[in-house]
Design a protein around this ligand. Structure first.
Ligand code: ADP
Ligand code: TYD
Length: 189
């Protein structure tokens, strides 16, 4: 079972993943970008803001995704896999091509493998503004509130368009409330 946690930067993914590690001790925890050896190198390049071309940046993430599917997802298909981000981020953050083309490119990278369940943590603009003000931002986060809310909308549109089993959770709820919703969703309650 391949489960992914999605959400724009600061939505609370890492916070919930720490709790999931306690609640699902036998699951395989992974992430994009950077879930493999090659991926750790691609991650540094992708997040460093070095690429002048947005297309080049997108292909770094796609290369990371292709390696991640081959090495982590296919090799653990009998276990519960819980991943921090997925092709949903890949499609939503690469907004220079249309959605159909991006889905096609991402399905090439994933060998047509889709997540079984997607959990999207959803932020309001004001909560996003507050959370970004509380931390040092990387090159993508520096693009701003409107940019990230637009990405969040694209995440929702992508999840609905592909038709993956999903739950959208208000990221401003209490940490424990979110934890409970995620656990119930994964356990099929
Ligand atoms: N439900 C919540 N309510 C309020 N603050 C939260 C909540 N979840 C996470 N945070 C805080 O928001 C910030 C970003 O959370 P984090 O888990 O690092 O997000 P992400 O991994 O999605 O970037 C952290 O300071 C974290 O403590
Ligand atoms: C997976 C993926 C992530 N990204 C972006 C989203 C994030 O800004 C960054 C990944 O960083 P991440 O480690 O998920 O950041 P955080 O913990 O701050 O949420 O890369 C893309 O632009 N394309 C992609 O395909």
């Amino acid at each position: 079972m391949y489960v992914v946690i999605e959400g724009i930067d600061t939505a609370g993914k890492s916070t919930q993943l720490e709790l999931l590690k306690k609640n699902f001790p036998n699951a395989v925890f992974t992430k994009e970008p950077g879930g493999t050896l090659l991926g750790t190198k691609l991650r540094v390049m992708a997040l460093g803001g070095e690429a002048k071309s947005q297309l080049a940046e997108m292909f770094l993430f796609l290369a990371d995704r292709a390696e991640h599917i081959e090495e982590i997802i296919k090799n653990n298909k009998d276990k519960i896999i819980i991943s921090d981000r997925s092709m949903i981020s890949g499609i939503a953050y690469a907004n220079q091509l249309n959605l159909d083309k991006l889905i096609e490119l991402n399905l090439i990278a994933t060998q047509n493998i889709l997540p079984d369940y997607v959990i999207l943590l959803e932020l309001t603009p004001s909560e996003l503004k507050f959370r970004l003000s509380q931390k040092q931002n990387d090159s993508i986060e520096l693009r701003g509130i409107e940019y990230l809310i637009n990405i969040q909308n694209r995440m929702k549109e992508t999840i609905q368009k592909i038709g993956i089993n999903h739950i959208f959770i208000d990221a401003s709820l209490k940490i424990e409330e979110i934890e409970k919703k995620i656990e119930d969703f994964i356990n099929g309650k």
